[in-house]
Design a protein. Structure first.
Length: 323
């Protein structure tokens, strides 16, 4: 552990109490000038540390930045969160970065985290609005032992994981819209972008990107009637770090279920979290539109649409709009 991290840990243990510079310098076996330099660095990272020439230092507030050591505090997973957490205050897209890392052999469980994305990407070439510190923009590298055709299952699994996280931490009434939108009161709160690289008939890696609007209050005109945030829905600020920790916990749980038992328990839970079955929708697949009732989501996560002549269509991927 670096001296800076040890210093932070020590201040956290004493939270609410002053600690003298001398005590810190003895405890960490470094000079008082070195302590001061680390304090400055911690302040830059968003920690509210007061200093007084007489009393020393006091940790008043924890940083709300998505720093790896904050995400890991109290995290009780085995793998997720314990491989590299690659942190950026600003990046083009966490998915793009994660793909680069995965192509360079980053292991399963590597997480890319950013406070802000300047080229956040959504599905179908759309952009993902990613203002600084307003939301969660993270990408997880996975190497599941499945065929490329099964990759949409990972997207649906992620939808369940996001919903469980939100249900655990917020009073929001969550609804998943096929295949991967997380809605509250009919508006989009979070989206998932799954991208993969394949070799022959096997998956080399999958990158699962999650974008969640946490404390965003204003959205650009084109999405302002369709998007929402946790702050808008609840009137409360929720620490983003807590979400990421909870997300990693649920991810590990469902990923283990998926690998050891299969997709069935995941899709069963997915169906409990949606109200799309029985709804009239327009499904757009490769430029073609299908209108009808959602008859079912089958055990592989495929949407079965019944058109007006009672014909069933299997929709593997696409956009669905409720009528
Ligand atoms: C969607 O269109 O619903 C998917 C949105 C996914 C956005 C996330 S934010 C983190 C990750 N990096 C990106 O560039 N996109 C995903």
């Amino acid at each position: 552990m670096s001296t800076k991290d040890q210093l932070l840990l020590y201040l956290k243990e004493k939270k609410g109490n002053w600690v003298s510079g001398e005590a810190l310098s003895t405890q960490l076996a470094v000079s008082r000038t070195a302590i001061w330099k680390h304090i400055c660095k911690l302040r830059e990272e968003g920690y509210g540390i007061e200093s007084s020439s007489k009393k020393g230092y006091l940790l008043r507030t924890i940083s709300d930045l998505l720093l790896p050591n904050e995400i890991r505090e109290g995290l009780d997973t085995n793998v997720f969160g314990w491989k590299d957490i690659v942190y950026y205050s600003k990046i083009s897209s966490t998915n793009t970065k994660a793909k680069e890392l995965a192509a360079g052999d980053a292991p399963e469980g590597t997480l890319v985290v950013a406070e802000q994305q300047v080229k956040g990407r959504g599905r179908k070439g759309r952009t993902w609005f990613s203002p600084s510190q307003g939301g969660i923009y993270i990408s997880l590298i996975l190497k599941p032992p499945i065929s490329p055709g099964e990759a949409p299952k990972i997207t649906m699994l992620t939808g369940v994981v996001v919903a469980e996280t939100l249900l655990k931490l917020t009073p929001c009434k969550i609804n998943i819209k096929w295949p991967n939108d997380i809605l509250v009161n009919g508006k989009k709160l979070a989206g998932i972008l799954t991208e993969m690289s394949t070799e022959m008939d096997a998956i080399d890696y999958i990158v699962v990107g999650l974008g969640m609007n946490v404390s965003t209050l204003g959205f650009p005109d084109d999405i302002k009637d369709k998007a929402t945030s946790i702050l808008i829905e609840t009137g409360k600020y929720f620490p983003r770090v807590t979400f990421i920790r909870e997300y990693l916990r649920w991810y590990e749980k469902y990923y283990e279920i998926f690998k050891n038992i299969g997709f069935e328990p995941v899709i069963q839970r997915w169906k409990e979290l949606t109200n799309i079955i029985g709804q009239m929708v327009i499904a757009e697949v490769a430029g073609k539109k299908y209108i009808g009732e959602v008859h079912d989501i089958d055990n592989d996560g495929i949407l079965i649409l019944k058109d007006e002549s009672e014909k069933l269509h299997r929709i593997f991927s696409g956009d669905v709009t409720l009528i």
